[in-house]
Design a protein. Structure first.
Length: 490
């Protein structure tokens, strides 16, 4: 069966086609369903299918379009990360004990994308507890990278990135605490946006069987994924804002406009590597090519700055705070064992692995000291963004690596230019934006020699999400963006 002309169009293009009656919502939804049925036995991105309700929603969207209604996502098929509650569907977070948990109501972000007219065709696969840059679990199996089925698609929103790359609709939504939006975008050559912390209310994005109550999950955010930069803004505008049953009682969101709309006005700091976690030749190469191209296009580029916060110090702080948060859900025996191991660490050991172990045992007093450090870090970033509009830097050090399901992540290794590095140390680059809560837009920048995608993140100022998003749009328009994987040419 030949590929539909609509399979890899952007959401903006599809919205225009729907308004012009060149295609129907039912046709777009059926196209996404057909592609899932044709290809997903290889990719395994869609772990929960909701095709009947999707077609009903598409028919309702067509009727609304015929009445002249217009909504930002009206009639657009999309996927949703498994970790979001959707009424009547399982939410497991890949946890076998929760395989029979069925959500009673939609999460708030899902309500918002549905209210904007989107058609949800299914849920996308995740790792156990959302805790890996690979997307596999004992309930739904392993998701593969559409560019090379033997490689990871990233995680924890790896099902969503693989679905986008395979043409299963133009949009998805995911979450991010350790790069879980940006890393899969990097590994699958698509786009993602990690919003400013707490910009998007998260009610209903919670591990089962916890109740769907309003809350702030330290460091964690939810956000959009797409195959085009402009589509990220389309979805973010729908998702963003306080929870109407809590902060929304008093507050409303009004994001500032992008600082600039043309290359010539942007001031950008570009970082391609760091001794804390080097990047390999392919990743560095595409970052440097992008920097050269931006300079030729009129962007004011600098390659170093004394006002950039110390990457080693902030990475160590991030490891402590991240693992302190995650350790709250550790099994009692694991927690006690980690506390003993942390107590045995020599004081001189300031490796990232040691900081992760210390994070497990952090007291509330220790956490308050760490949080004060984060407050100072945010002030440093505020100062930096008086000089620069954005920082372009790596997301991950290498293209997608082969599946590695060995249970202890601390014993896994990645190979960077021939040298082995500790697998969880890869947290460092996503953490550059996560710890201070800054917005970060992941964009593709090309391919490594072996044909695997690579990309960068564009980190922007606090609550100025539109600035990195606008720069991403300009880069896509000028230099190109998503390129479909060859195995899905049919």
């Amino acid at each position: 069966m030949a590929k539909s002309e609509w399979s890899y169009k952007s959401a903006v293009e599809l919205s225009a086609a729907l308004a012009a009656k060149k295609v129907s919502a039912v046709e777009l939804t059926q196209d996404a369903i057909d592609r899932i049925e044709r290809h997903d036995s290889k990719v395994n991105a869609i772990c929960v299918r909701d095709f009947d309700r999707a077609l009903d929603a598409a028919r309702a969207a067509d009727a609304a379009l015929a009445r002249g209604e217009r909504k930002p996502l009206l009639g657009l098929p999309m996927t949703v990360k498994e970790s979001y509650n959707i009424a009547g569907l399982p939410t497991t977070w890949g946890i076998p004990a929760q395989k029979d948990f069925i959500a009673k109501e939609d999460s708030l972000p899902v309500m918002r994308v549905k209210d904007a007219g989107s058609v949800v065709v299914g849920k996308t696969n995740v790792p156990l507890g959302l805790g890996d840059w690979q997307s596999y679990n004992d309930i739904y199996g392993t998701t593969n990278n559409p560019y090379n089925l033997g490689r990871t698609p990233g995680g924890s929103s790896g099902g969503s990135s693989a679905a986008l790359a395979a043409g299963y609709g133009p949009l998805s939504i995911g979450s991010d605490i350790g790069g879980s939006l940006r890393v899969p975008a990097f590994h699958c050559g698509v786009y993602a946006h990690k919003p400013t912390f707490n910009l998007v209310a998260m009610r209903g994005h919670v591990a089962p069987p916890a109740p769907p109550l309003p809350f702030e999950r330290d460091l964690s955010v939810v956000g959009p994924m797409a195959r085009s930069a402009a589509d990220l803004s389309l979805v973010l505008d729908v998702m963003a804002g306080p929870d109407p049953i809590e902060a929304g009682i008093a507050y409303k969101l009004e994001l500032p406009a992008a600082r600039h709309t043309a290359f010539k006005d942007f001031r950008v700091l570009v970082i391609d590597s760091d001794p804390v976690l080097p990047t390999d030749t392919a990743v560095r190469g595409t970052i440097n090519t992008l920097a050269d191209n931006l300079a030729k296009a009129g962007v004011k580029i600098e390659r170093s700055s004394p006002v950039l916060p110390d990457f080693a110090a902030s990475s160590r702080l991030y490891m402590r705070m991240l693992i302190s948060f995650l350790a709250a859900s550790f099994a009692p025996d694991v927690y006690e064992g980690a506390k003993l191991a942390a107590a045995a660490l020599p004081e001189s050991d300031n490796s990232l692995a040691a900081e992760r172990l210390r994070g497990v045992a952090l007291s509330h007093r220790d956490w308050m000291v760490a949080n004060a450090g984060r407050t100072r870090l945010r002030a440093q970033w505020r100062d930096l963004f008086k000089t620069y509009d954005a920082v372009i830097c790596p997301i991950m050090p290498t293209p997608a690596y082969p599946h590695d399901h060995s249970p202890d992540q601390e014993t896994r290794r990645i190979i960077i230019d021939g040298k082995a590095h500790v697998y969880p140390d890869q947290l460092a680059w996503p953490g550059i934006a996560t710890l201070p809560g800054l917005p970060s837009t992941a964009i593709p920048t090309g391919f490594a020699p072996d044909g695997l995608p690579v990309g960068v993140q564009i980190v922007g100022p606090w609550l100025e999400d539109r600035t990195p998003l606008k720069l991403a749009e300009l880069i896509e328009r000028e230099f190109g963006g998503f390129v479909p994987p060859k195995m899905f040419d049919d």
